[in-house]
Design a protein around this ligand. Structure first.
Ligand code: ZN
Length: 363
């Protein structure tokens, strides 16, 4: 099956953008497809005034953009993207100084044991028993304190300005980051981090890392399976891959439909579900594949989905005001629902292991 069809040049904001039409699902290669949403504008970073179409594969359930910008044109969609910047909008993820302080104290107690003072102890037990908050912190830490590896070597693909790398470094890990964004790399270097510009395919990395993390990256990639294979090669036998991405079958997608924050056209090229991520990991040879629940993501995604809804309604000449009580009710329902159903989690989060006896596996 030929995946890519015709190429076309469109003009948007007086900029020429080369686009390509897909004839088949970029994950499973099936041509069985239904159009999910038409005429999606980029209401997150306003990269162009072009409207995009999202289709859904009826075989594997992945969502994908078609037409989409070609590889050579996609940089236009990132000109106002936030990984350039120093910890600004990213830090908005329901975290304020209070949450950071709670997380910091919980992590310190969790990783170092002992009890420095009564406040730390109260916070530790509060987080431990408030399950969504505990899993939120676990997710923000990418479950690092559960990995039993020696030495502690970590590669973060799509590291942006290095916020997570710095956190891991402070936890005692030897860290390396990688990103396509030269501006973000510059910011990370200024923090004293070892970061490489480019993608993993440019470097000959074999069995160097114990842990590789890919957070909200795989949905931006033209060939996600190839990326996961490259990660497999770069992992030491027995090493772990940690991956998180928006879930097209998640609760936010269900509530917000075309206004869901996870769509983010045209930067999110493929939007996965738990079945498609698991399937790719299994096919490559990862083992001990575990899906993880991470709580409280809806505080961020629902708030931003409301903003997208408001912007689109305003563009169409109608008014929309968020009913905060209704929003909070939806968040509470969604959080409860997610605990009951991993498949409906706002984000798909997996930990997978490269088999310990895979030293000769060259993929
Ligand atoms: Zn498919």
């Amino acid at each position: 099956m030929k995946m890519r069809g015709e190429l076309e040049i469109i003009r948007s904001n007086n900029v020429k953008i080369e686009i390509e039409v897909l004839n088949a699902c970029p994950v499973c290669k099936s041509d069985k497809v239904k159009v999910l949403y038409r005429d999606l504008p980029d209401l997150t970073f306003f990269s162009s005034d072009q409207l995009w179409r999202l289709s859904k594969c009826t075989v594997c359930g992945s969502g994908y953009l078609s037409p989409r910008p070609t590889k050579s044109a996609i940089s236009l969609a990132y000109e106002s993207y936030y990984t350039h910047d120093e910890d600004n909008k990213n830090s908005e993820l329901i975290s304020n100084k209070l949450l950071s302080a709670i997380s910091g104290r919980y992590i310190r107690k969790h990783t170092q044991g002992g009890c420095n003072n009564i406040v730390d102890l109260i916070i530790y037990w509060f987080v431990t028993f408030f399950y969504p908050l505990k899993t939120y912190i676990d997710g923000k830490c990418r479950h690092l304190y559960y990995f039993k590896c020696k030495p502690l070597s970590l590669l973060d693909i799509g590291c942006g300005s290095g916020k997570f790398l710095l956190f891991a470094k402070n936890m005692g890990w030897d860290v390396v980051g990688m990103d396509l964004d030269a501006k973000a790399i510059k910011v990370a270097k200024e923090k004293g981090l070892e970061v490489w510009e480019g993608d993993i395919g440019q470097y000959d990395i074999r069995q160097q890392f114990n842990v590789i993390t890919i957070s909200h990256v795989v949905e931006h990639i033209y060939n996600p399976k190839q990326l996961l294979k490259q990660c497999y090669r770069a992992l030491q036998p027995g090493g772990y891959l940690w991956i998180q991405t928006p879930n097209i079958d998640g609760i936010g997608s269900y509530f917000y439909k075309r206004h869901w924050r996870g769509l983010e056209p045209p930067r999110h090229l493929i939007i996965f579900n738990s079945k498609t991520i698991r399937g790719m990991l299994e096919e490559i040879g990862y083992e001990s594949i575990q899906q993880k629940y991470t709580g409280l993501a809806t505080f961020y995604t629902f708030k931003h989905s409301e903003l997208i809804r408001k912007k689109e309604k305003n563009l169409n000449g109608s008014k929309y005001t968020t009913n905060k009580v209704w929003l909070l009710s939806k968040i509470v329902v969604a959080e409860i629902f997610q605990i009951a159903s991993l498949r409906r989690n706002e984000f798909v989060t997996f930990i997978a292991r490269k088999p310990a006896n895979s030293a000769k596996n060259t993929l």
